[in-house]
Structure formats: structure tokens, C-alpha cells
Unconditional design. Structure first.
Ligand code: ATP
Length: 233
């Protein structure tokens, strides 16, 4: 579904990615791990077309999307839950969910408001409340629901549980697990290694803008010393 290879990206003159590679197959849950500032968000922004890479290949469903606009990447079926709970603050819960909703790929089991409310009952109790007045956890659920309403082939979650109370985190992890059960392909960035090991099929570690390790959860355990050196957890 997604194949990134030799990815290089810079902010102005400051190059941050030097050689990132990762692959996500249909229905797979894959993580991108690494310490703060190693290039995970920059990789996501490069995939989404929010940054223009200097070099490398980003193949999504067999087509090169490197250099494509964010709109075009979204239209092809990549949904992003960005860092930092980016709701549309002046819109209500319902308006947030429908604002970018689409079923461009014509899925027969498309996401609907009802299905999102079923997944996140807290949102169903607040449909006419403005997003700015939601708690942090509710805002994050809203952003996740909004991404699902675009019916993405690939869902990318960048630190979706950061800064949330444990009970809300568990709720969000439960939803991600349910999505995995439905065959949703997901790229996860998070610091909660024990949950990621249980949930994900494979993992990639980035260190100073390069993919330096990849493997499944069993390999992550086997190489735990090396892995902990890289991700510092
Ligand atoms: N807009 C920017 N301009 C210049 N440098 C940037 C910019 N955004 C990020 N960087 C730098 O790029 C590097 C990689 O940052 P990035 O946000 O991709 O890291 P990350 O692995 O996602 O870390 P975190 O877990 O802290 O979000 C860091 O050194 C960061 O300071």
C-alpha cells in the first residue's frame, strides 16, 4: 500500500531526513519509532505532501506521490490524525465530522456519523457543542472520527494519545484495535511501546533521519537492548 524509500527532506537548508524507508501492506499496522526530533513527524509530513522531499520515492498504491499536494494525497486515500488535536475550533462536533467527509473510493461500508458516534459515544452526547469547548481527549476522538469520515485506505496517527489521561488513552487504543480488526491499514507514531508491541505487525526505528532498524514485535523483544538504545525507553 505504501512504500517509502530513500526519503530525504529538509527545512530550508537544514536537512532532517537522509534515508527513511518503510513499507505498509494492506491491512497492516506499522509503527514509526524513535526519540524526539529524529524525524518521525517530518516523515509523515513528507508522505502527506505538507513538505516537499529533496529525494526518494513515496509510492502509494503503486503510484509515486512524492511532491503531490496534500489535497491530492488525501484524495488518493491517506487520512492523517496530526500531532496536537487539530480540531476546527469554531465548528460543532457534527460540523467537524462532516467538514472533510468523503467516500471517494466508493466504499460500500463507508463511515457514517452514526458509526463514528458508536465508536466514540462521548461525541454522540456532544454533537452540537463547539469543538473548542471539548476536553483534550474528546478533541482527539473528534480528530480521529474526522479522519475516518474521509474513508482513508491508510490512516496515519501522529502521537494520537500524547498528553491524554490513561482512561482516555485506553479508549483510543481500544478503537485503534477495533479498526485493525476491520482490516484498516494504519501507521502509528506513539511512545507507548508495550501497547504498540501488542497492536502492531511491524516496527521501524528512525535515528537522525535514517531508518536504522525494522522488524516485528518478537524481533523488537529479541533486540531489546539495541532498540532501547535507539528509542531511549
Ligand atoms: N519547521 C521546522 N523548521 C526547522 N526544523 C524543524 C522544523 N520542524 C522540525 N524541525 C527539526 O527537524 C528534526 C526532526 O523533527 P520531527 O518533528 O520530525 O521529529 P520527531 O521524530 O517527530 O520528534 P517528536 O517526537 O519530538 O515529535 C528536529 O531536529 C526538529 O528540530
Amino acid at each position: 500500500m505504501l512504500k517509502v524509500s530513500g526519503l530525504q527532506t529538509a527545512y530550508g537548508r537544514s536537512q532532517v531526513l537522509f534515508d527513511v524507508e518503510l513499507t505498509i501492506g494492506e491491512g497492516e499496522v506499522v509503527t514509526l519509532l524513535g526519540r524526539n526530533g529524529m524525524g518521525k513527524t517530518t516523515t509523515v509530513k513528507s508522505i502527506m505532501g505538507l513538505l516537499k522531499p529533496l529525494a526518494g520515492e513515496i509510492l502509494f498504491c503503486g503510484q509515486n506521490v512524492r511532491g503531490a499536494t496534500p489535497e491530492s494525497v488525501a484524495r488518493r486515500g491517506v487520512g492523517l490524525v496530526p500531532e496536537g488535536r487539530q480540531v476546527f475550533p469554531t465548528l460543532t462536533v457534527r460540523e467537524n465530522l462532516v467538514a472533510t467527509a468523503a467516500n471517494r473510493l466508493g466504499r460500500s461500508d463507508a463511515w457514517t456519523l452514526e458509526r463514528v458516534y458508536e465508536l466514540f459515544p462521548r461525541l454522540s452526547e456532544r454533537v452540537d457543542q463547539s469543538a473548542a469547548t471539548l476536553s483534550g481527549g474528546e478533541q482527539q476522538m473528534l480528530v480521529l472520527g474526522r479522519a475516518l469520515m474521509t474513508n482513508p485506505k491508510l490512516l496515519i496517527l501522529d502521537e494520537a494519545t500524547e498528553g491524554l489521561a490513561p482512561v482516555i488513552r485506553r479508549e483510543i487504543w481500544g478503537c485503534i484495535e477495533a479498526l485493525k480488526g476491520e482490516g484498516q491499514s494504519i501507521l502509528l507514531i506513539d511512545k507507548n511501546l508495550s501497547v504498540l508491541k501488542r497492536l502492531a505487525d511491524r516496527h521501524y526505528i528512525v535515528e537522525k533521519g535514517r531508518t536504522v532498524w525494522s522488524g516485528d514485535s518478537a524481533a523488537l523483544d529479541r533486540d531489546s537492548e539495541l532498540v532501547h538504545g535507539y528509542i531511549g525507553l
